[in-house]
Design a protein around this ligand. Structure first.
Ligand code: MG
Length: 158
């Protein structure tokens, strides 16, 4: 039995905030404005995992009005999300993710992100694909006002 899921997330960027992407802190002048650490990539991935089993979205499971989730490490959110998937008897086969942002360059950090994410999801690094694109200076992404991530996952029940 296979199930597919997709997720999308947006965060605003602001000066002086930390930039966390794919479970890794990226050196940059701007970071996400968020209730948690604002890791847009892990949030999109959580939504894809939940979506695959029709379990709603990350906001339903970890509401940003809940003080317990203030400043939370999104790796913990991914861990807890994946536990819900495992409880239903499903495993991740692979994930394919895309980051949309103007800066900084993501390529030097992809391996560390794959490592962080694959460790939580119990798959090998090659099973987590992370791609990045700019928007050629177009829109809020091009003006470096925000960052977007999308993720697609395939789950299998054994
Ligand atoms: Mg988010």
């Amino acid at each position: 039995m296979y199930r597919i899921g997709q997720g999308t997330d947006f965060h605003q960027l602001a000066e002086g905030k930390e930039l966390w992407l794919g479970g890794v802190k990226i050196p940059h002048t701007k970071g996400a404005v968020a209730h948690s650490d604002g890791d847009v990539l892990l949030h999109a991935l959580c939504d894809a995992l939940l979506g695959a089993l029709g379990l709603g979205d990350i906001g339903k499971h970890f509401p940003d009005t809940d003080i317990r989730f203030k400043g939370i490490d999104s790796k913990v959110l991914l861990q807890r999300t994946y536990s819900k998937i495992r409880e239903k008897g499903y495993w991740l086969i692979n994930a394919d993710c895309t980051l949309l942002l103007q800066a900084p360059k993501i390529a030097p950090h992809v391996e560390a992100m794959q490592q962080a994410m694959s460790r939580i999801l119990n798959v090998s690094r090659e099973d987590i694909s992370i791609k990045a694109t700019t928007t050629e200076q177009l829109s809020f992404i091009g003006r470096e006002e925000g960052v977007v991530a999308t993720a697609i996952v395939l789950l299998q029940k054994f």
